[in-house]
Design a protein around this ligand. Structure first.
Ligand code: ADP
Ligand code: MG
Length: 257
């Protein structure tokens, strides 16, 4: 069975894109067929897997707005088993262009339904907002992964996000679940990080992944080389933890079955 997971948090800089690219690449390295869907106009997932935006022929914009067959927008990455539907800055217009269209919230869902059978995991990298692109992602997804940065205002804005999840559950996608909450950019040298972990665990309890992503400079370097961490530096701490996370994600799915 395939699973569609939206990686979402309306805060920017919490590790959504880093998680999409590296969880995706690690799942692929474990033999899963993975499709990344970049639905952030910044296109950082797209460049993060080594795709030059200037060379993109069909992007997620064409799928959502021009009703291009999603198969026509899938590009292979350098990592075996890892494909992507890329995004370019053109997508920035989509928030406005979608407003007057019919069934604007379900466009992504309909498109991904055509691809579902071909992948084990489809990971959607959401933009830092709760606009129509994120609503499309939550409507298309089976579940969400929420990355939370281990920093002072970590829980700020979360009630807004959870409220949006509830609204989507009520009106657009009754079966949407919270897949897991991922703590990112943990710095073991500060007490603050430990406090944040405790607070997040109190709030989300068993939904919090055991794997905690530490700050790792190699993770922040890899995107500028257009590589996932497992190819950029397979021996780094970053590669180790994202591989651990991928195993945890697979395990939860097996346990649920
Ligand atoms: P988002 O997609 O939520 O905006 P990103 O994944 O782009 O967040 O991360 C924001 C910035 O932090 C990027 O420059 C990224 O390279 C860096 N970063 C993300 N995770 C880590 C980490 N675990 N260690 C070090 N830097 C990280
Ligand atoms: Mg991002």
């Amino acid at each position: 069975m395939s699973k569609i997971i939206a990686i979402t948090n309306q805060k920017g800089g919490v590790g959504k894109t880093t998680t999409s690219v590296n969880l995706g690449a690690c799942l692929a390295s474990l033999g899963k067929r993975v499709l990344l869907v970049d639905i952030d106009p910044q296109g950082n997932t797209t460049s993060g897997v080594g795709i030059s935006k200037a060379d993109v022929e069909n992007s997620i914009y064409d799928v959502l707005i021009n009703e291009v067959d999603p198969h026509e927008a899938v590009a292979q990455t350098a990592v075996p088993n890892l494909s992507i539907i890329p995004a370019t800055i053109q997508l920035a217009g989509a928030e406005i262009e979608l407003v007057p269209t019919i069934s604007r919230e379900v466009r992504l869902k309909k498109s991904l339904a055509q691809l579902r059978g071909e992948y084990d995991y489809i990971l959607i990298d959401c933009p830092p907002s709760l606009g129509i692109l994120t609503i499309n992602s939550l409507t298309a997804a089976d579940s969400v992964i929420i990355p939370i940065q281990c920093e002072y205002y970590a829980l700020e804005g979360l009630s807004q996000l959870l409220n949006t999840v509830r609204l989507v559950q009520k009106h657009l996608n009754t079966s949407l679940q919270i897949e897991g909450v991922l703590l990112t950019m943990f710095d073991a040298r500060t007490n603050l990080g430990i406090q944040v972990i405790e607070e997040v665990k109190k709030y989300f309890q068993q939904k919090v992944y055991q794997t905690i992503i530490p700050r790792n400079v190699r993770l922040s370097e890899a995107p500028s080389h257009g590589q996932a961490i497992i190819t950029y530096d397979p021996r780094s701490k970053g590669a180790e933890v994202y591989l651990e996370l991928a195993k945890e994600v697979i395990q939860y799915e097996q346990a649920a079955r």
